[in-house]
Design a binder for this molecule. Structure first.
Ligand code: 5GP
Ligand code: MN
Ligand code: MN
Length: 340
């Protein structure tokens, strides 16, 4: 949490030739759980979706300004979801940096993102009181939020809010665009290619089968740990989770629910640090997928079976892209979703 890479004025000395300064310490090998059908590590995903009317979702989180197009490849998908901790220390410049990176992902028409505890400038009340613990000078909360809200390129910033993804609104436009100009700059989901005039004979019209779409609800809040942004008092977080609407198909929160991909190690002891109230709320909401990050060590999948397997499960995806050493070496997780 308070890793030295985030402290100010800690630039390492310039390395001298042939001198090994940092020994390479292997990351611990971890169990990333059992992947159910249609959920893949990016490297294992089939090159194509099951059909053109499916929606390919790519899940990432906790990128902490460590990712760019050169070191963290984002394969083709229709929607990207980012479960928070966009930045290292929540400065406006760091928000700008992540926005530029997201804007550069021109092959993904829609990018739904939330904040995490590190993105301190995005939490107005917290930043008012605590800015000087993080930043040398006070920056402008509204301007930082505006960088995300006005970013364009299909970037949607949610803060305890809903958003519905309906493939009928953009999958055919993306397909037409790709078939017409495979290497061209693609479209935004907000529809800049609406006037395109191309004839495409597709096996399945990508609009086929879409009705209400997938309902997303997304929140940056997590149980308190070390006095960061969007920290809620343990035991009181139902105040937030009660706002999760029914139905919600895709739930995005920064932190995990209790007992699911939420283990941290204290010495040899493994302890669960997820949110109890969030687990309780999941019982009622039962989203198809719950995407989160925050506990970097928990990267991977956990499936919650309801009614002893008689009802559809909730697949929990801890999509932390960074490891506990803040290296972006965990792959994106891909989910292929049928039209809905
Ligand atoms: P971050 O600082 O990026 O929000 O979280 C990074 C790491 O801090 C996590 O991977 C985990 O090791 C630790 N951490 C975050 N929240 C908690 C918590 O509630 N309890 C404990 N013990 N560790 C946490
Ligand atoms: Mn993080
Ligand atoms: Mn976090």
């Amino acid at each position: 949490m308070f890793s030295s890479i985030f402290s100010r004025n800690n630039a390492p000395p310039a390395p001298r030739t042939f001198e090994i300064i940092h020994p390479v310490i292997p990351e611990p090998k971890q169990d990333i759980g059992t992947f159910p059908p249609n959920v893949y590590l990016a490297s294992d995903a089939p090159s194509k979706k099951p059909a053109a009317n499916w929606l390919r979702m790519i899940c990432i989180s906790d990128t902490h300004n460590t990712t760019d197009i050169n070191n963290y490849p984002i394969p083709d998908a229709d929607v990207l979801v980012h479960a928070g901790d966009l930045t290292k220390m929540g400065t406006t410049a760091q928000i700008e940096q992540v926005v530029h990176w997201l804007q550069s992902l021109k092959h993904i028409p829609l990018k739904v993102v939330i904040a995490g505890n590190h993105d301190v400038i995005l939490h107005k009340e917290f930043y008012e009181k605590n800015w000087n613990r993080f930043h040398d000078t006070k920056e402008d909360h509204d301007a930082a939020v505006n960088k995300l809200r006005s970013a364009g390129h299909g970037i949607v910033y949610l803060n305890n809010q809903s958003y519905t993804v309906n493939g009928a609104q953009f999958l055919h436009l993306k397909q037409q665009w790709q078939q017409k100009t495979p290497s061209a700059e693609p479209m935004d989901v907000d529809g800049t290619v609406e006037s395109m005039d191309v004839d495409v004979v597709a096996e399945v019209d990508p609009r086929q089968g879409w009705r209400q779409g997938y309902h997303i609800w997304a929140s940056p809040w997590q149980p308190e740990f070390g006095n960061w942004a969007f920290n809620g008092v343990r035991g009181k977080l139902m105040e937030i989770w009660k706002h999760i609407p029914l139905p919600t198909d895709l739930l995005m929160t920064h932190g995990p629910p209790m007992n699911h991909r939420d283990i941290v190690y204290e010495g040899k002891d493994a302890i669960h640090v997820g949110c109890e109230e969030l687990l309780e709320r999941l019982q009622s909401v039962r989203p198809l997928y719950h995407i989160f990050g925050h506990i970097h060590e928990g990267y991977g999948i956990s499936e919650i079976k309801w009614d002893r397997g008689k009802s559809p499960s909730t697949v929990c995806i801890n999509a932390s892209s960074c490891t506990e050493r803040y290296r972006p070496t965990n792959q994106p997780i891909i989910v292929d979703l049928p039209p809905k």
